[in-house]
Design a binder for this molecule. Structure first.
Ligand code: SF4
Length: 236
């Protein structure tokens, strides 16, 4: 975590009670330390985070900050370190030569940690149990997404997905990333390639290319790939 985040978490820790936080007493000596790489991290107790309530604790096992947030009617992102509430979402910012920044939001995978990633067990993105939710990620993690990309890009994403859902319900062929927009194109019923689609013969499913979002919407709790761009002058 960065310094500002560390100070925020330290302040929040002072509001936790012994009934909420198993290692409340140990936490009075500090909850953040600098590791041997010079990074600020939460202190450990018996090899795990000092905020982690262990099995058998009256409030149940799990992150005490998360538990306290829920009991206080707050979103866990208000109490937990940034790195903790963002997981499993990952934002990559890529700056072009003209200063234009493209941010891509996707899930963390082992590869993002480099060679050390092979030792991680990414249950939150690699286990089938992580994909049993009944609400799409863009709804379930609305607060996290807005915090990471801003209200306006999130609203644009929701409008796009709502429109997509309507078209899927009507059986309208959707343009792929390879094709030009096909406003209200008729369902692809002809194999002649001369239908109403304006994709130049390449519209899914006629072109045989897979639309990644179309595929993903068939999965419950599908991962989300969200793009938004921000110009150097702050233009969307
Ligand atoms: S979510 Fe973060 S703060 Fe909470 S127990 Fe895990 S590492 Fe610690």
């Amino acid at each position: 975590m960065d310094k500002a985040d560390a100070r925020r978490v330290e302040k929040i820790a002072t509001t936790l009670s012994p009934a909420e936080w198993q290692f409340h007493a140990k936490g009075q000596k500090g909850v953040v330390k600098e590791n041997r790489h010079g990074e600020l991290v939460t202190r450990l107790v018996d090899g795990a985070c000092i905020f982690l309530n262990r099995p058998g604790f009256p409030t149940g096992s799990g992150c005490s900050l998360h538990q306290v947030a829920l009991s206080r009617g707050k979103n866990p992102l208000e109490l937990k370190p940034d790195v903790c509430w963002q997981l499993p979402l990952r934002r990559e910012d890529e700056a072009a030569g003209d200063g234009h920044v493209t941010s891509t939001l996707r899930q963390w995978d082992r590869k993002h940690w480099g060679p050390g990633g092979a030792e991680f067990h990414w249950w939150c993105t690699e286990s089938p149990e992580a994909f049993v939710g009944h609400r799409p990620v863009y709804e379930e993690m609305k607060a996290e997404l807005i915090e990471m990309v801003g209200k306006e890009p999130y609203a644009r994403l929701v409008a796009l997905l709502d429109e997509r859902a309507k078209r899927l319900a009507r059986g309208v062929a959707l343009p792929t990333r390879h094709c030009a927009p096909a406003e209200d194109a008729a369902p692809a019923q002809s194999s002649s390639g001369s239908g109403s689609s304006n994709c130049g013969g390449g519209s899914s499913p006629r072109c045989g290319r897979t639309d990644p979002l179309r595929r993903d919407t068939t999965r419950r709790g599908h991962p989300l790939a969200l793009l938004h761009t921000q110009g150097s002058a702050g233009r969307p």
